[in-house]
Write a protein that binds this ligand. Sequence first.
Ligand SMILES: [Fe+2]
Ligand SMILES: [Fe+2]
Length: 286
Amino acid sequence: MRLVQISDLHLSASGGFFNDNWETTLGWLQATKPDLVVVSGDVALGGRNVDLDLAFARSQLERIPCPWRILPGNHDIGDNLHSGSKSNPVSASRLQSWRDLFGADCWVEQLGFWVIVGVNSQILNAPELGDEGLQRAFLKSALAAVPEGTPLAIFTHKPLFLDHPSEDASRPDCIDPIGRKQFAEMFAGRNVKFVACGHKHQYRSFALGHVRYFWAPAVACVNQAPDIKSWGLRQVGFIEYTLDGHNIRHKVHGADFLMRHESYVYTREYGALDAPEASAERSGLW
Ligand SMILES: [Fe+2]
Ligand SMILES: [Fe+2]
């Protein structure tokens, strides 16, 4: 079975700077037709009008030529209440708007004899919303029907941790320790083969014990200047997983054929990432 993870498309209804990489990625999907595509969040740029960007993204995803599932990211429904950006918090109304547009924000999908699980990382450790309990109850019930030993692949928007599950720092770029504990409890005793995320706009793969961890690069762009610490490789692209029996092979595509947009250059030059009219007038040197 072939599963492709595309992440952090950051599509913009007003044109933006990254829509070209979506078109190129879509062409790749149309040519290769995977068995399943997982879109692991940040589908919207979420600039001046996140609702317009989300509606635009929804219409674009219709063009994927095979079954697909999607998870929300911080640009889509807001950031984690206790560890995320305080200027962009997740809210019940944003979560509901997203569900109205895209459907369930956590889900379980059969792929051959594998089970693929999508977890909404943005509502972990958010008792104020009430929905993390619903997510746990849904997954507990759905997984109760999955035979013991079934290989699981779990997708989420934010990484569970940066370097090790024992980290106790609460950072905006990964799930905080309380959310991580909730996540771990959902899958206790299960045959988790890998956990894959987006959000960091970096490619990384490593293994701890019998679990592999993948960070998908963004389709849209790389973030931050080269002299700022990164954990993974700053590149654009997407990941193709081949599930062959209990074995996993993965391959990163796109670094050699997508535009390696650098968001921090555009932000510095234009002040915003959804300002194509500004970019039409200014091109740096002339
Ligand atoms: Fe992103
Ligand atoms: Fe993100």
